[in-house]
Design a protein around this ligand. Structure first.
Ligand SMILES: Nc1ncnc2c1ncn2[C@@H]1O[C@H](COP(=O)(O)OS(=O)(=O)O)[C@@H](OP(=O)(O)O)[C@H]1O
Ligand SMILES: Nc1ncnc2c1ncn2[C@@H]1O[C@H](COP(=O)(O)OP(=O)(O)O)[C@@H](O)[C@H]1O
Length: 201
């Protein structure tokens, strides 16, 4: 760590940004197996928030791994570093007064706990995108499970790399039981219940 670097207080505060935006800011942390529906539901929620006038942005596993984290692979160490960096980016989004929706497998409970600890307790909502492995394999939107089963990809989550399901997430959405629209509405209902979305919106 560089001890000559000091945190610079910004001229505009998080509270002032929230007031200008007319809403709170927080992390919606989607976690689940590949193909469980993280990206699909996060984007559906993003659109609904956008239509309500809520500033938000989706950070997606595939996209971030093309840029910021293109030096990282899928070993346990690299996944941990992947999530740590995303957590820091998510924190900046919260500071900017926006909702940030993250769609990463984030298979390790300890890594998710680390991110939770980066922000305030009312700024982190862990959403377990629950879907049985068999269903994810059936969907196999990118054909990666097939490759993992054929031994063409190693350390694939759910096949030969572990996924630690959240023990106490704020929300669980069962994407094999409900439609995309229903799952997105479940997230929006949670946000309304907890006043992350104001009553008049
Ligand atoms: N070995 C292995 N295991 C899991 N996933 C793999 C692997 N190799 C490539 N992919 C593709 O990368 C996406 C997962 O990236 P993440 O950054 O979300 O993973 S992690 O949180 O660091 O575990 C994941 O995307 P999603 O399907 O959107 O989850 C896969 O498309
Ligand atoms: N209820 C649902 N929620 C989310 N995705 C669903 C649902 N039902 C079917 N799907 C399909 O499952 C796939 C999920 O893929 P994706 O969102 O990329 O998952 P992930 O980001 O978790 O890897 C998509 O093809 C999507 O259309």
């Amino acid at each position: 760590m560089n001890t000559n670097v000091v945190w610079h207080q910004t001229a505009v505060t998080k509270e002032e940004r929230r007031q200008r935006n007319g809403h709170h800011s927080c992390v919606l942390w989607f976690t689940g197996l590949s193909g469980s529906g993280k990206s699909t539901v996060a984007n559906a929620v993003s659109k609904k928030l956008f239509d309500l006038g809520i500033q938000n942005y989706v950070l997606d596993g595939d996209n971030v791994r093309h840029g910021l984290n293109k030096d990282l692979g899928f070993s346990a160490e690299d996944r941990t570093e992947n999530i740590r960096r995303i957590g820091e980016v998510a924190k900046l989004f919260v500071d900017s007064g926006q909702f940030v929706l993250t769609a990463f497998i984030s298979p390790f409970a300890q890594d998710r706990a680390l991110v939770r600890g980066l922000v305030e307790s009312d700024e982190f909502i862990e959403i377990y995108v629950k879907c049985p492995l068999e269903e994810c394999e059936k969907r196999d939107p990118k054909g990666l499970y097939q490759k993992a089963r054929n031994g063409e990809i190693r350390n694939f989550t759910g096949i030969d790399s572990p996924y630690e399901a959240p023990e106490a997430p704020e929300l669980i959405i069962d994407t094999h039981l409900h439609s995309i629209h229903q799952c997105a509405d479940q997230v929006i209902a949670y946000l309304r219940d907890r006043h992350f979305i104001k009553e008049d919106l």
